[in-house]
Each structure stands twice: as C-alpha cells, then as structure tokens.
Design a protein around this ligand. Sequence first.
Ligand code: GYE
Length: 341
Amino acid sequence: MFGKRSYGVIAVGILLVMTLFLLLFGSRLFTDIEEEAHITQENRIVVGVSQLGSESGWRTANTESVQNAFTQQNGYFLIFHNARQKQENQLKAIRSFISQRVDYIIFSPVVETGWETVLQEAKEAGIPVILMDRKVDVEDESLYVTCVGSDFEEEGEKAGHWLEGELVRQNRSSQSVNIVILAGTEGSSSQIGRSAGFATVADRHGNWNILEEKCAEFTSTKGKEVMKTFLRRYPDIDVVVSQNDDMTFGAIEAIKESGRTVGVNGDVMIISYDALGDALEMVADGTINVDIECNPNQGEYLLEVIDMLEAEEPIEKRYYVEEDVFTIENVTEEVLNGRTY
Ligand code: GYE
C-alpha cells in the first residue's frame, strides 16, 4: 500500500513527535527529580553535636547513642565533633556549627564555666542549643533551651545512702571509717554533683573521715596513678569512692598490686559510678560493692526533645534519664545480658 518514500515520511514524523515530546516534558521531568532531591536534603534537620571527648566507656556508649539517633532514616544530617577533653576545641566546634547555620546545636560541656560568649553567639544566630549529659553555669538561662542528662547530685547521695546502710549491716556504724575519693574532671557537672551529693550524706556522720579527694580525670590510667598515691599516703583505707568505672578499674589494679583485697569480702569497699557491663560483672562477682548507674543512652531523649521543638510544643528546662543502683543483690543474668555497653 505504501511506497518506500511514505515509510521515510512516517519515520521522520515519529522522530519529530518524539523530539517535541522530550523538549516539552523532558526538562520538566529532570527539574522535578532535581527539586525532589533538593527538598529531601532540605527536609533533613541538621544537628551539630560537640562531644567532649572519648575518655571512658560511658562516653563511647553516649556517642553511639547519639549517632544511632540522628540518622538519615530518622530525618537528620549529623555533624559530629569530638573535642578530646579540651574546652577550646568545643568552642571552635560550636562556632563552626554556627557559621554552617545548623538547625540545632547539642553539646556536652567538658566543664561548667566559660560558655557565655559562645552561647550568646548561637542565640544571636537563632540556633537553639541543647545541653547533653553535663550542664553549664550561666546566669542567663535563656542561652540554652534545655538539658538532657543525669541528676549527679542525686547519684552522689545514692552512694552515701548505700554506705550508710552497709555500715549498719556490718555493725560498723559507730566506728571510724576512712574514705578516699577519686574525682572526675575538675569542674565538670558529674564531678561537682557527685562530690556534693556524697558530701551531704557524709556530713551527717562524724565517724566518716574523708582523707582526700583527688582528680583522676575519669580515666583508668589516672585512676590507677592516683590510687597508688593514696595507698602510699594512707595505710588504712576502708572505702574508695570512684566517680566512674574506668577510674575504678585502674584503682582496683593498684589496690591488688599493693597486696590488699577489694569488694564484698575484701579489705577495701569499692563504690563506683556508671555501671558499664564490665563493671556489673565485677559487682556480680563481689569485686565492686556497689555501682551507681549513670545512663548514657540519651539519643532517644534528644530526639524527643527536638520533635517537641519542631512541633513548637512547650518543653521543660531539664530532662533526667532513668537510673538504678546495682549491688550483688540485684545484678541478675537479665541485667548483665541486657547491657550493650
Ligand atoms: O560518668 C564518666 C564520663 O559526665 C556522666 O563522664 C558523665 C561522666 C561519666 O567520662 O564516665
């Protein structure tokens, strides 16, 4: 029916229609894809996190909790910075978050003082600041929106109350008791709170002699070093209060090397904080007498706080995480198996 020429004309026609179609809708199609990609990126909430360091098992668990919370799947873009225990590094990180115009700044202040100026800068840039784990000591509380962390003073009191009960149980409540304290980073909220809380209880007991409280920076190496000094200085130590498990691990080594024994059936009672998995094993076998839990799983709480802020719901100035106290009595298999850090 059609000659060779007609086939040619039809082919050219089809080509023309296709080209026209592409010209008309093709560019639309590509811009749509591009726009969508842009929107997905834009819809993600950008969070700058300044972690103070990686000094302890607790800190590692805390970092993991934050990184598992602020994921792409949850709608976040996380900029994470580790300050290696230096306030100046944290100040730099926060300033870089401000210049990158992040949506939120979360930070765990290494010490409580010295933050006014940088927090003022964040406020002027309109970036809400959320404190994680530790607090800041500032006059103007509007410099941060909220804090998520532990009640350190209560943790300190829990340690004191445990000792009160234990001395009664051992019939030693009227005898003199020699105590040394391995303190965490000087000027950090966890150190200040734990020291103050324990002191409140200790003050009520004339027979509790706090021989010395010395900073061991929340690390195992320092814990061992400072404990060695204590052992040299004081021949008769009954109780060691160590403000985190890492220092406890070091201290226990030092005590054992000095020929003394620790724990439930030992010469020296051990009171520790954090309740890391490895420490709970030592509670279970009687090496550590009591471990005051400090909960590092704060990522989920932070997500909730940001959800509330995004929804413009009113939020509180302080959120406390849940925490327990562990002795040989309640460290069950279930507790041990459930520990992920
Ligand atoms: O107990 C310690 C860490 O501030 C609660 O810091 C935190 C403390 C924690 O290095 O292990």
